[in-house]
Write a new protein. Structure first.
Length: 649
């Protein structure tokens, strides 16, 4: 088999046979077609939303079921998946062909539309089951069951009932169900920006990220851990998936950290916590930034700006914790890193950062995100041939299209299923009922409602991709906060953070478990350590209510004061949770740091002028400063020599 064909071959259940070759080539062809459709729609436009989204999803679903069939063990399952893949190709062209007729009859469904709707449900449910598991499949099935049989439920949680014709009209012939806002974001943003990220990785931008991280942190104690965290964070800003980031970067960062002295548990926890940073850092945030902009109704740039400070506080706390852990273990420095290494990396391969610099410049210039992404793709293709190592061949570009489809397929399946759930919730009005229930249980107490919302967001977000988790929470939970007068952007950021924390929190903790698989450590111990390192995700969302200034909401004074206070509090809590600064910290010292950190962000509005609030914050700042100064000038305990024998990997 030729090298080019081997690059495009999908590894499946029946290996390298003729069937696998045919499926791989068809998959690559579909990937190229999807890429062309997305780029054309993003740059030229002119395609009606329903038609663009339906054609896009038909192609993606068909490709996804082909891969599922390729991986199937039994011949019957394989054939059924291929039949469903052929069926998936029908709804998009069908709507394209009958679009004018659908408009003329006011989107009222016919028997053929109902058949198409049922076929699309079968395609989506199988794809969701095979790519995401049972959670979203059960939820979407219950949603349709509720729409059809909800009239049997007595009381306010029932409804008048909707037949198959009404469901087909709402969920298939309009932009309220399968082809709603989530699918629109998938075709306009998620696939496009993932394509850009995959292309940048192909030409070597990922390697320059690692070099930059090593140059910035190499000569600091615990440099390999800091480099791993920083490089994983930079990777995450492109792909936005915590688990994918762990399995991509963790394969070389975790062994490196173990080799210099970090324990397997700590090495895995650092990687998991750092990889989850990309979900909350602009520009992509697991595609949720684009979804939030559409749902909240504000420009994308405002969402990205609002997410910047909380994301940087998370990274700051993580980097401080890693540095303190290195001091506690008395780890060595990376003498090969440093400023000279950084300058050399930028000199030889710094041009690979041009697409990202161009993206930032275009967005600040007012260019739409979709057009900016297309321009940056073109720029990446233009700089690729400058050096042999970064040159991408035609086969490489096809592979980029294929890899983009592979990485986005679970997200697209998730938004299709989530679109069904959202469509049913809007149709029946039950979404508002859940928000009302949260408010009722909370008895009007804002802190009780915040805690209930956090718990509901955590449970609903378990195991779901970033975008799918946010979509469900935005419809089911966020209205409970906005009804209390909380700004929309603060409410949506709150549920967004708690919907993502399950990536490092048991019992799911997919990112931590993936890192534990690489490090060889206990999975639950790795997850607990990840929480200690990434505690900001649990605490800082409450500041979105008490200090909206960290989301860039309010006056300049409010924003500046909120950032300063939140930073001081984050640093104090990081020291307390680490339990070390020059020497081990006693429990009373750690308690004082926690008290000072909490008083610094006393839970009232940041611009409050009452004496109690000002006094609490002043006392908190004084406690933090005096305790830190006392610890930093204390005589360090004798460091235990570290064994320099390489850790087994």
């Amino acid at each position: 088999m030729s090298e080019a064909l081997d690059k495009l071959l999908l590894r499946g259940g029946h290996g390298k046979g003729r069937g696998a070759i045919i499926v791989s080539l068809l998959y690559a062809l579909l990937a190229v077609a999807i890429t062309a459709l997305v780029i054309y729609g993003a740059f030229f436009g002119g395609i009606t939303a329903l038609l663009l989204r339906s054609m896009f999803y038909s192609l993606v679903a068909a490709a996804g079921l082909m891969v599922v069939g390729l991986s199937a063990r039994s011949r019957i399952s394989r054939v059924l998946c291929y039949i469903l893949a052929a069926i998936a190709l029908v709804p998009g062209p069908y709507l394209w062909y009958s679009y004018l007729d659908v408009i003329q009859r006011g989107a009222l469904s016919t028997w053929m539309d109902e058949i198409m709707f049922l076929a699309l449900c079968a395609v989506t449910f199988v794809l969701v089951r095979k790519t995401l598991g049972w959670a979203l499949l059960v939820l979407s099935t219950l949603a349709i069951g509720y729409a059809l049989f909800g009239y049997l439920i007595p009381g306010k949680y029932g409804h008048g009932g909707y037949d198959l014709a009404r469901l087909s009209s709402t969920l298939f012939l309009s932009t309220e169900g399968f082809y709603g806002v989530p699918m629109g974001v998938a075709v306009e943003y998620i696939f496009l920006f993932t394509l850009l990220g995959t292309l940048l990785m192909k030409i070597g931008t990922g390697e320059i990220f690692v070099d930059i991280a090593r140059g910035l942190t190499g000569r600091v104690q615990g440099g390999p851990g800091l480099s791993a965290a920083l490089s994983s964070t930079l990777f995450g800003t492109i792909n936005g998936s915590a688990v994918a980031n762990v399995v991509t970067t963790g394969t070389f960062t975790i062994p490196l950290m173990k080799r210099v002295g970090y324990s397997p548990v700590t090495a895995g926890a650092i990687e998991a916590a750092a990889s989850s940073a990309g979900q909350i850092l602009p520009p992509i945030m697991g595609a949720a930034a684009f979804l939030m902009a559409e749902i909240v109704g504000v420009p994308y740039s405002q969402i990205a700006l609002a997410a910047l400070v909380p994301g940087l506080l998370y990274v700051l706390a993580l980097m401080i914790a890693i540095r303190l852990e290195a001091g506690k273990l008395n780890l060595e420095r990376d003498t090969a890193g440093g400023v000279a290494f950084l300058l050399e990396a930028l000199k030889t391969r710094g041009y690979l950062l041009l697409p990202l610099v161009g993206m930032i410049a275009l967005l600040f210039a007012g260019t739409t995100p979709t057009r900016a992404a297309v321009y940056c793709i073109v720029l990446a293709l233009a700089i690729s041939p400058w050096h042999k190592q970064t040159r991408a061949s035609l086969i490489d570009l096809v592979q980029v299209c294929r890899d983009t489809l592979v990485s986005t397929m679970p997200i697209i399946a998730a938004v299709a299923a989530a679109g069904v759930v959202i469509g049913v919730l809007n149709l029946t009005g039950v979404g508002l009922m859940l928000s009302s229930l949260i408010v009722e249980v909370g008895a009007g107490n804002i802190w009780a409602i915040l805690l209930l919302t956090a718990l509901a967001s955590f449970v609903l977000g378990m195991g779901l991709p970033t975008s799918a988790a946010y979509l469900l929470l935005a419809v089911l939970v966020a209205p409970a906060l906005t009804r209390l007068g909380m700004p929309a952007i603060s409410a949506h950021m709150f549920i967004f953070y708690y919907g993502l924390v399950s990536a490092i929190t048991p019992p799911v903790a997919l990112a931590a478990y993936a890192a534990a698989g690489i490090s060889g450590a206990d999975a639950n111990a790795t997850a607990v350590e990840s929480i200690r390192l990434g505690f900001v995700k649990l605490l800082i969302p409450f500041l979105f209510f008490t200090m909206p200034g960290i989301l860039m909401v309010g006056s300049g004074v409010q924003i500046g004061l909120a950032i300063v206070l939140a930073t001081l509090s984050t640093m104090g809590l990081t020291l307390a949770f680490s339990g070390w600064l020059v020497r081990p910290l006693s429990w009373p010292e750690r308690g004082i740091l926690v008290l000072g950190a909490l008083l610094t962000v006393w839970p009232t509005a940041v611009d409050a002028v009452d004496l109690a609030t000002l006094s609490a914050r002043a006392v908190g700042i004084v406690l933090l400063i005096l305790t830190t100064l006392r610890l930093s000038v204390a005589t360090p305990a004798a460091a235990q020599p570290l064994s320099h024998e390489p850790t087994s990997i």
